[in-house]
Design a protein around this ligand. Structure first.
Ligand SMILES: [Zn+2]
Length: 120
């Protein structure tokens, strides 16, 4: 009788320990900690097919998994293109709104740390 389910590690191994959407490399310990198993057809879709069937399970990184959420796509390629678009928008937001804050925050934290050391 064929096995109807796969463990997370079996899914990762089949997919080469890479996110099928952004190709995040999960072959190191730190990389692996960001891997999850994504239900390509979301469990919330409630189709007749078993959501845990092997062909519905794919390796994803936590970011792509979160972005894909409950959205449904006709193919991995379509999902990859859409997630890539969302990631580009997210990067633009980071470049414009987040990145400029980093040096100032870092300088303040470093200044506080130095003041604390001087006071000790
Ligand atoms: Zn990814």
């Amino acid at each position: 009788m064929p096995r109807l389910t796969m463990t997370d590690e079996e899914v990762f191994a089949r997919d080469g320990f890479r996110c099928v959407y952004c190709r995040w490399d999960g072959r190191s310990f730190d990389g692996w900690t960001f891997l999850v198993v994504d239900h390509f057809e979301p469990k919330s879709a409630r189709t007749k097919a078993d959501p845990d069937r092997p062909e519905n399970l794919v390796t994803a990184c936590v970011i792509c998994n979160q972005m894909k959420a409950h959205f449904r796509f006709t193919s991995v390629e379509e999902a990859r293109a859409k997630i890539g678009e969302w990631r580009s928008q997210m990067r633009m937001f980071w470049e414009q709104r987040v990145k400029p804050l980093i040096p100032a925050t870092w300088a303040r934290v470093a200044g506080e740390a130095l003041a604390a050391l001087a006071g000790a």
